[in-house]
Design a binder for this molecule. Structure first.
Ligand SMILES: [Zn+2]
Length: 298
């Protein structure tokens, strides 16, 4: 009897220990398991920044292109990135062919949905200028579109996502105000850009964009025609041009040559890039570009 009692109590102790361990283990598993939280992978830090604001603490957000040294249009994803995308719930990108690798990678995974700002939210046609983030209105629409998508997947937090999209729009107010201020000086002035990167912002400033054919050729990786080149050279030498926008992520000879000519002719040059400088928010990035344009036009 005593022996039996001892066995029973030993069994009880063991059982309690096993059950207890199992409970602790399952809590740990729960903590480590991230799949119950939504995950978003953005093609560039521009959209990662936006997604972080909209998703708040309800999703894991990562960006593939984080460094300014990488030009998104020439980007080739690694195997690790392929895994990152196929593990995500939402692949969030620019679209319009700008980051086509993202869609391709997302297609290989059944559980990953693609949400492209240009195609799915703004419903723009292929061939439209893909540098959408340079129009703050498009960014606000992108935030609303992402909030809608997140609300569909996670209806309990629909209002939270919508409020965050509103907060994102509010965050962009200083950029909108700065555009209005710079526009007073910039409207009607001739501007040239080595690539059509800043077009949407320059249009918001009512600037007159010249040399589009050059920018398009560079963007496509082609050489601009001699006629196009001499047209811009003439505008630089004649001081018709009031602002020269140089994409620092383009290293091609023709663009460099024109920048040198602009410098020699005292045409102000503003240097820009496709992706945000490292550790810089979208708002700070756009404000610094607008400040540079304002200063150049003084
Ligand atoms: Zn580009």
């Amino acid at each position: 009897m005593k022996r039996t009692a001892l066995v029973v109590s030993l069994l009880t102790v063991t059982l309690v220990a096993v059950v207890g361990f199992a409970i602790v283990k399952s809590q740990q598993d729960h903590k480590e398991k991230k799949s119950d939280q939504l995950s978003i992978v953005a093609s560039t830090n521009v959209y990662g920044d936006l997604a972080k604001t909209v998703a708040g603490n309800k999703a894991e957000v990562s960006s593939v292109i984080n460094k300014q040294s990488v030009s998104p249009e020439d980007y080739e994803p690694t195997n690790a990135v392929a895994k990152q995308v196929s593990n995500a719930d939402i692949a969030f990108g620019n679209g319009l062919g700008y980051d086509s690798w993202l869609k391709k990678l997302a297609k290989t995974s059944k559980s990953t949905d693609t949400l492209l700002v240009g195609d799915d939210i703004l419903h723009q046609k292929d061939g439209a200028n893909p540098h959408l983030w340079n129009n703050p209105d498009y960014m606000i629409q992108a935030a609303q579109g992402l909030a809608k998508e997140l609300g569909k997947r996670d209806p309990d937090n629909k209002a939270y996502y919508e409020a965050n999209a509103k907060r994102y729009a509010d965050k962009l107010a200083p950029v909108q105000e700065k555009i209005a201020a710079v526009k007073a000086q910039a409207a009607g002035k001739a501007v040239f850009q080595t690539e059509p990167v800043l077009a949407y912002l320059l249009e918001k400033l009512d600037m007159q964009i010249v040399g589009d054919d050059f920018a398009e050729a560079i963007e496509e990786g082609n050489d601009p025609s001699p006629a196009v080149l001499s047209d811009i050279e003439g505008k630089i030498k004649g001081h018709e041009l009031k602002l020269f926008v140089q994409n620092v992520q383009t290293t091609g000879g023709p663009a460099k040559k024109l920048a040198k000519l602009a410098q020699e002719n005292q045409i102000p040059i503003v240097k820009i890039s496709e992706t945000a400088p490292d550790h810089t928010s979208y708002v700070d990035w756009k404000l610094s570009e607008l400040n540079a344009i304002q200063k150049a036009l003084q």
